[in-house]
Design a protein around this ligand. Structure first.
Ligand SMILES: [Zn+2]
Ligand SMILES: [Zn+2]
Ligand SMILES: [Zn+2]
Length: 336
């Protein structure tokens, strides 16, 4: 069978950030050993950049890509629900952040893999142009410009959950989301005063500092009135959808966090409200696995429950419940 011929293509790339005095060493099984240590603060960015380069080099048409997790009998995640959904590029790390893996996986497996996130709409898109055989191309379908802003925001929040340190504050996550969606082709982003005002975040300089410490962005000291930054995350720099579509998603996210019900809440409550809005369907119903909610907001499950109660009290959602069978949070809310 034609497809089985292609399943030998190992669309899995790994690197190890091996601790060493003077900074971690990037060890890639496919590349010659390196002698130079990395700066600890930039090591993660370097690892991601290295993995992305391998993925670009091993380009494969979308319809030939298969779930690499399934090919390993789904050993990457605890429960097996069966493969489903489009094949995406999934970034995963181990608990300690030492081993990093970029791989093709179906959407269902991607959701089940711990410490993993779908790499959103990136230039590591493997579809080979000019193939018109009518096969489904999941990656293309997933990155079509018609995607609603909510989906783009949801994917970016999930990606940032893997790309940013677990201890990143909710305020910094909200800022990172705006930066990632508004970045230009050169990797620069300018947050006008109006945007930062709408975000209602005090101590902005502390937030910039936090993201700089995570080696996620670098501020441009020459920018005065506007806040200008260079983003250092290679996956965010190479998004395929145009700036307009991404800016629309950023505006949508801003509107969600400026709704009367949540405007005066703390940043962490606004972040959870945004996640809820991004996962709510046209009928006002939504669900999300608890582990994804807690990871994207950087909070514990107990804190998530408290925040959901709080959001229900202020009218941001009608009611919510935890489904113990699937470990999903489900809710209903009125469209805003
Ligand atoms: Zn390599
Ligand atoms: Zn799997
Ligand atoms: Zn799968």
């Amino acid at each position: 069978m034609r497809l089985s011929l292609h399943t030998v293509v190992p669309r899995v790339w790994t690197v190890e950030l091996r601790p060493r005095a003077g900074g971690p060493l990037l060890v890639c099984p496919r590349c010659a050993p390196r002698a130079v240590s990395l700066q600890a603060s930039a090591a993660k960015s370097d690892a991601l950049r290295h993995l992305a380069a391998h993925a670009r080099g091993d380009a494969l048409a979308g319809h030939l890509r298969t779930c690499q997790c399934r090919q390993r009998e789904c050993r990457w995640h605890p429960r097996h629900r069966g493969c489903a959904g489009p094949i995406r590029l999934v970034l995963a790390r181990d608990r300690a952040g030492r081993n990093w893996r970029l791989a093709d996986a179906c959407t269902a497996c991607a959701r089940a893999i711990p410490y993993a996130a779908v790499v959103p709409d990136t230039a590591t898109d493997m579809a080979v142009p000019g193939e018109g055989d009518g096969c489904v191309r999941p990656q293309r379908a997933a990155t079509s410009p018609g995607l609603p802003s909510a989906t783009r925001v949801r994917e970016m929040l999930a990606y940032l959950a893997a790309a940013l340190p677990a201890c990143t504050s909710a305020a910094a996550r909200l800022v990172a989301l705006q930066c990632a969606l508004r970045v230009d082709g050169e990797g620069s982003v300018t947050l006008a005063d109006g945007i930062t005002r709408s975000m209602r975040l005090g101590h902005l300089h502390v937030i910039w500092h936090e993201l700089e410490q995570a080696a996620w962005l670098r501020s441009d000291p020459s920018a005065q009135r506007f806040r200008r930054f260079d983003l250092l995350d290679p996956s965010v720099l190479t998004q395929v959808p145009g700036r307009r579509a991404r800016a629309q998603a950023a505006d949508w996210a801003l509107r969600q966090t400026c709704r009367p019900a949540v405007r005066r809440q703390r940043a962490v409550a606004r972040l959870v409200a945004l996640q809820i809005a991004a996962c709510t369907d046209d009928h006002g119903r939504g669900s999300i696995e608890t582990i994804h909610l807690t990871r994207t907001a950087g909070i514990s499950s107990v804190a998530a429950a408290t925040l959901l109660d709080q959001l229900a009290r202020v009218g941001a959602l009608d009611r919510w419940q935890l489904d113990p069978a699937t470990d999903e949070v489900r809710w209903t809310s009125r469209p805003c």
